[in-house]
Every structure is written in structure tokens, then in C-alpha cells.
Design a protein around this ligand. Structure first.
Ligand code: FES
Length: 92
């Protein structure tokens, strides 16, 4: 069993998250920030802008371009939170 140790923050909303696979993307979906498709870092549907926090990647963020990476885009479906995380909506 994994405890919800951390918090996702986005635009004044907060959602508990845990240091396990899919916790972050599930929280992003729950607050209405993204919809998901592949959940493997391949489609880009869950793309958001990273603001702060720490995470590890359980799979590569293949859908991101170098330009998107340069603007702090992340794919939460392949990230495991290691701290509180803050993100913003992604507007291409
Ligand atoms: S749901 Fe496809 S990249 Fe996240």
C-alpha cells in the first residue's frame, strides 16, 4: 500500500498524489487538467507545463519535441512524483 505523501498543485487546485506510477496523471485527470490516451509517453495527450517539484521517469517522454522540452513541458503519465508537484495547463 502506498500512502499519499505529496500534493499536486495547479491553478489554485490541490490533489493528493503518491510516489507511484500513474498517481500524478490520475490527479491531473481528476482536476480536469488533461485527458489521457496511451499512458506510455507516446501520444502527448497528457502534456502539461512543469512549474516545480521532483520526479523520476519510469518511461521516456517520447512525444515531446525538443522545443516543448525547452518550455518545460512534461508528460505526467510516465512520471513518478518524488515531492510535491506544481504544474500549469499547456497552451501550445
Ligand atoms: S497519455 Fe499519452 S503521453 Fe501521456
Amino acid at each position: 500500500m502506498t500512502a499519499n505523501n505529496f500534493t499536486l498543485a495547479c491553478a489554485g487546485q490541490r490533489e493528493p498524489i503518491a510516489s507511484d506510477v500513474f498517481s500524478l496523471v490520475n490527479a491531473c485527470e481528476k482536476i480536469g487538467l488533461v485527458r489521457t490516451r496511451c499512458r506510455q509517453g507516446r501520444c502527448g495527450a497528457c502534456q502539461v507545463k512543469f512549474v516545480s517539484g521532483e520526479y523520476s521517469e519510469w518511461a521516456p517522454m517520447l512525444a515531446l519535441t525538443e522545443k516543448e522540452r525547452g518550455h518545460n513541458a512534461i508528460l505526467p503519465c510516465v512520471l513518478v512524483p518524488l515531492s510535491d508537484i506544481e504544474v500549469e495547463a499547456w497552451y501550445p
